[in-house]
Design a binder for this molecule. Structure first.
Ligand SMILES: Cc1cc2nc3c(=O)[nH]c(=O)nc-3n(C[C@H](O)[C@H](O)[C@H](O)COP(=O)(O)O)c2cc1C
Length: 242
């Protein structure tokens, strides 16, 4: 594909995506959902921890409960397909281990190449960042960072909620990739944070330390699905060159 065709195709995929609040009744085929998730998990993630999970809620009783937990808002109530995007912040140790195993296998397979040295990163740096005790340790780390930061650049997002935000950032990048992949397949979506996350965790049987990142409704657009013409601030108001 020529570069200009790629640019055109990407533009049309991005422009096709609108927040959809009304859909035709047919669900998005399972193989398309799977393919879009295969694209979504190619998103970048902080330290490559990939703290995301996707739940395609199909069981009628669970789907009904999920719609109610989304406050029965039109984007959920009118949707044939609902996906819950979960931030598995609690799985950081397992994901460190997965990265370590990957690196070790790689180094065993190609011993002649320069070995990848990331063991310390996943064994020490990440645990130092992610370990917390009732939120107290995070604040102590932040105070320490403040003093170190007086003398040199220092990473400062160290409280439990700031580290959690870090995980949500990466998961949201993946969620957006999922919606763009759906758009490329000719389907529509709506991200939702207007929902009762506690109830949704209960519906999905998730532990307390897992967080609902967003719910994404999916389907084919129907009449009235787009509420208004797209409103965006002019690029000059949000893009600065220094
Ligand atoms: C994180 C996030 C949460 C959102 N939550 C909701 C929601 O709960 N209900 C809804 O109808 N739209 C929701 N939206 C959609 C926005 O209202 C919509 O993206 C915005 O108005 C811009 O419209 P566009 O996406 O069609 O360009 C959400 C969007 C994002 C990114």
């Amino acid at each position: 594909m020529k570069q200009e065709d790629t640019i055109k195709a990407f533009k049309s995929i991005v422009e096709h995506r609108r927040a959809m609040r009304n859909y035709l009744p047919e669900p998005v085929p399972q193989e398309i959902i799977r393919r879009c998730i295969e694209r979504a998990i190619l998103a970048p993630s902080s330290s490559n921890l990939q703290l995301w999970e996707y739940y395609h809620v199909q069981a009628p009783d669970k789907k009904k409960a999920l719609v109610e937990a989304c406050m029965s808002q039109p984007a959920a109530a009118n949707a044939p397909t609902l996906i819950v995007v979960v931030t598995r912040h609690d799985l950081w140790r397992q994901r460190c281990e997965a990265n370590l195993n990957f690196i070790r296998n790689l180094n065993q397979k190609e011993p002649d190449d320069k070995p990848i040295k990331a063991e310390t990163y996943f064994k020490k740096t990440i645990p130092a960042l992610y370990t917390d005790f009732m939120g107290i340790l995070g604040w102590l780390k932040k105070i320490g960072a403040f003093f170190i930061g007086l003398r040199r650049p220092m990473f400062r997002e160290l409280t439990a909620s700031e580290v959690r935000t870090m995980s949500h950032k990466s998961v949201a990048l993946s969620a957006q990739t999922f919606m763009l992949a759906l758009s490329a397949e000719g389907f529509d979506s709506c991200p939702m944070e207007g929902m009762d996350s506690k109830r949704i965790k209960h519906i999905l049987g998730l532990p307390r330390e897992a967080y609902i990142n967003m719910v994404i409704s999916c389907g084919v657009r129907a009449e009235g699905g787009i509420y208004a013409p797209r409103f965006r601030l002019p690029v000059e108001e949000v893009f600065f060159t220094l």
